[in-house]
Design a protein around this ligand. Structure first.
Ligand code: SF4
Length: 303
């Protein structure tokens, strides 16, 4: 199992323990029966799901994360599942092809980059190079339809120079993330990184959080723009601040605002992306969108 230099998890949860597929399926069925519309498949090192169930046991057929997707995907109904995170090194062709085939699985993936600088990745003891990470994203883009990639980045890792931080910005631009969770490095007692020299001053970490946050909003808007004119499946979560509108989340984890009311809360609404901003995609409901192909609200254009 990976042991990144900044992370305490391997010390407190040293072994893999996979729940049985049937146990997971039973829980997912229960949740759907109780009205839940979106199920998050989550765990620590979830990309290693099932490895522990066959290790050292000859004759036991492997059952990995992509097998679980396929098993769950057979559950009928109007619901969807989302994978919470995946390490880029754990994405292989079996994973990608299951992701493409499973209609209930959202085309949004969260491979944690942590740093876009080769040197910093090595100091963190991450298990991939920047190039390998980007190649995995490119491979998924070849097979899946406009997938969305979100990520985590730690800024101000010990010794991170201005040039290394710039490399991270550039990698994020190339990756085209739709969301970046930016964390200033903070020490975890008991991890190697806590004792590293060259700790980055707090004000530098703070400035880098802001810089990357700015880039994140630009990248988000660029990605949202690719969805203008396309059909969305929005899970409506709350009322908007403006009357007659609601807010929710699309399959690609895009925040969407659309016309609606409290009666939409907790359900899916089909919508068409209209205007991308730095924070959301303003959309129309499918029934209100133009049928002549312009993608706008009929009310404001054709009538
Ligand atoms: S892969 Fe994730 S959970 Fe594992 S040590 Fe690294 S950061 Fe921690």
């Amino acid at each position: 199992m990976a042991r990144c230099d900044y992370c305490i998890i391997p010390s407190v949860r040293p072994g893999l323990q996979s729940r049985s597929p049937q146990d997971i399926e039973d829980e997912v069925r229960r949740l759907i029966d109780n009205g839940y519309k979106e199920i998050i498949i989550t765990g620590i090192h979830v990309g290693h799901y099932g490895v522990d169930t066959t290790r050292g046991r000859s004759g036991v057929p492997p059952f990995r994360l992509w097998h679980l997707f396929k098993q769950l995907d057979r559950i009928p109904g109007n619901w969807r599942m989302r994978l919470s995170s995946i390490e880029a090194v754990e994405v292989n062709d079996d994973f990608i092809s299951a992701a493409a085939d499973c209609e209930h699985l959202c085309p949004q993936f969260h491979p944690a980059l942590q740093s876009g600088s080769e040197a910093v990745l090595q100091r963190m003891r991450r298990r991939y190079s920047v190039q390998a990470f980007l190649e995995k994203l490119a491979r998924m883009r070849e097979v899946l339809v406009n997938p969305s990639f979100t990520t985590d980045v730690i800024v101000g890792f010990p010794g991170e120079t201005d040039a290394e931080f710039e490399e991270t910005l550039e990698t994020c631009r190339i990756a085209g993330f739709s969301k970046v969770h930016v964390f200033p490095f903070s020490t975890r007692k008991g991890t190697p990184a806590a004792t590293f020299p060259d700790q980055v001053p707090a004000e530098v970490r703070k400035a880098r959080v802001q810089t990357l946050g700015e880039l994140e909003r630009e990248l988000a808007e660029s990605y949202y723009r690719t969805l203008v004119g396309t059909e969305l499946e929005v899970l409506v979560e709350r009322e908007s601040e403006r009357d007659g509108w609601v807010k929710g989340t699309d399959r690609r984890y895009v925040p969407v605002e659309l016309p609606g009311s409290v009666t939409d809360l907790g359900g899916f609404v089909r919508a068409v992306g209209q205007t991308a901003t730095r924070h959301q995609l303003v959309s129309s409901r499918v029934e209100e969108a133009c049928t002549q192909g312009c993608g706008s609200l009929c009310e404001s254009h054709c009538s």
